[in-house]
Design a protein around this ligand. Structure first.
Ligand SMILES: *[C@@H]1O[C@H](CO)[C@@H](O)[C@H](O)[C@H]1NC(C)=O
Ligand SMILES: *[C@@H]1O[C@H](CO)[C@@H](O)[C@H](O)[C@H]1NC(C)=O
Ligand SMILES: *[C@@H]1O[C@H](CO)[C@@H](O)[C@H](O)[C@H]1NC(C)=O
Length: 416
């Protein structure tokens, strides 16, 4: 019954988004032409990215070659990707739209609500799983129009079903865009995020690491509006929201978070990745292949590219985090050897930890002691040998000195 309920919920979701665009498509012939042009450009560009196959298929493989560091250090500032046991993400930037030109042309519009973990391309849950094979991924179906805080509540319930959840490290990515808020002072995305953080802090005060992707103003969507007239029309309805998504409010949220929600058991990192984010450029125009057909969500490709940049961001110290996101392929980043943790403001300033020797060499200290002793013994031996030879040489010299007088002739005679 639960499954049937979820399924009907899901078809309701897909119906909702599709309905609005379908309505526009059937009532506005000019928009219809523009939109057809948009989806065919996206289709062509997706096909043109021949480098995708290589990058996407090798990404997880490359992460597998990252060296693992064993450490006894504990606490939020020494959290390794290997320690994460529960993963969740939420917000409109955590889902993607499927792109199937045939279906789109037939008016069969996708929901754009596909969860990142259902992607066939690398996403954060898969990257964490490389390091933490027993990772639990929380995947809650979202009702369309469901508030951000309600999504947080749904995730909270699911996490509480996991045995021993208090003692497990929980990693929660909040990836909102303007659609996660309302066009009002109190309902804007930044405030929703803050309420979500408060709710999680009440429920999971222990072992919780929250990453927030800040997306103030229009962000990347300014680019999308400029790049295609269909996007301009599609994004028009979010105009009012943009006015209520100011940088100032996000700054205030940051200050509140630093004061109240950063301790040894619970922390929030706000990533500036999208501060100066923009779409990638191709020789003959803007690359729209990272966006979904609604211009507001990601395509499967765009979601994967974002996730790999998020991965790089959380493993980079504060000063090294990029603010200029572009949906392009990047080299997958390993935890830094000097500070192999998920970076916080604290461990970006000072990174204190101690390494544990690898299990493969459990007697490593003894081996080292034996090695040092052997080296000492050999050294002693060499020194002794050297001293003895010096002594011999000394004798030879004496003999030579001795032989330099007349009686040396006698020695020469003896030798021959
Ligand atoms: C697109 O959808 C059509 C109709 O459902 C299906 O036959 C086709 O295989 C799909 N194409 C791709 C690339 O998935
Ligand atoms: C992962 O789970 C399996 C079986 O549930 C268990 O045997 C294994 O020890 C677990 N690994 C870790 C690292 O917890
Ligand atoms: C851009 O150029 C490539 C080849 O150079 C072509 O395949 C593609 O269709 C062009 N894209 C657009 C939007 O014209």
């Amino acid at each position: 019954i639960m499954i049937i309920f979820l399924l009907s919920l899901f078809s309701f979701v897909s119906g909702e988004i599709a309905f609005r665009i379908n309505e526009k498509l059937s009532t506005d012939p000019q928009f219809y032409e523009q939109w057809k042009d948009l989806i065919s450009i996206q289709d062509r560009q997706m096909a043109d990215h021949s480098e995708d196959l290589f990058h996407f298929s090798s990404l997880l493989h490359q992460l597998k070659t990252c060296p693992t560091v064993r450490t006894l250090s504990d606490g939020i500032n020494n959290l390794r990707v290997n320690d994460v046991a529960i993963y969740a993400d939420l917000g409109h930037l955590s889902t993607f739209c499927n792109h199937n030109l045939t279906r789109l042309n037939n008016g069969d519009l996708d929901s754009c609500g596909h969860h990142s973990s259902s992607s066939s391309l690398p996403t954060l849950d898969k990257m964490f799983r490389v390091f933490s094979p027993n990772l639990t991924v929380i995947n809650v179906h979202r009702k369309h129009g469901e508030s951000f805080v309600n999504q947080v509540k749904a995730i909270t319930e699911r996490i509480k079903e996991i045995p021993g959840y208090e003692e497990k490290w929980k990693m929660i990515f909040m990836l909102p865009n303007i659609q996660d808020g309302e066009a009002s002072e109190t309902g804007q995305a930044a405030i929703e995020v803050l309420q979500g953080i408060e709710y999680l802090n009440d429920n999971f005060p222990q072992k919780t690491f929250i990453v927030v992707l800040k997306s103030s103003g229009k962000g990347m969507w300014k680019d999308a509006s400029h790049a295609h007239s269909a996007c301009l029309t599609l994004l028009d309805r979010w105009k009012k929201y943009v006015d209520h998504n100011s940088e100032e409010v996000w700054e205030q949220v940051k200050i509140i978070v630093e004061k109240n929600f950063q301790n040894q058991q619970f922390t929030v990192e706000i990533l500036p990745l999208l501060n100066e984010g923009a779409l990638a450029q191709l020789p003959n125009g803007t690359d729209l292949s990272s966006l979904g057909y609604d211009c507001a969500h990601w395509s499967e490709r765009g979601l994967s590219l974002l996730h790999s940049s998020l991965w790089t961001s959380i493993l980079s110290s504060l000063s090294m985090r990029t603010k200029e996101y572009r949906p392009l392929h990047t080299t997958p980043k390993c935890p830094e050897p000097r500070c192999p943790f998920i970076r916080t403001s604290s461990n970006s300033a000072v990174c204190l930890w101690s390494k544990v020797e690898d299990d493969l060499f459990p007697f490593a200290p003894q081996y080292i002691a034996v090695a040092i002793l052997s080296v000492c013994a050999i050294l002693c031996f060499i020194v002794m040998l050297f001293l003895c030879r010096e002594k011999e040489k000394g004798q030879l010299k004496k003999e030579k000195a001795f032989g330099s007088n007349l009686s040396s002739i006698k020695f020469i005679d003896d030798d021959s």
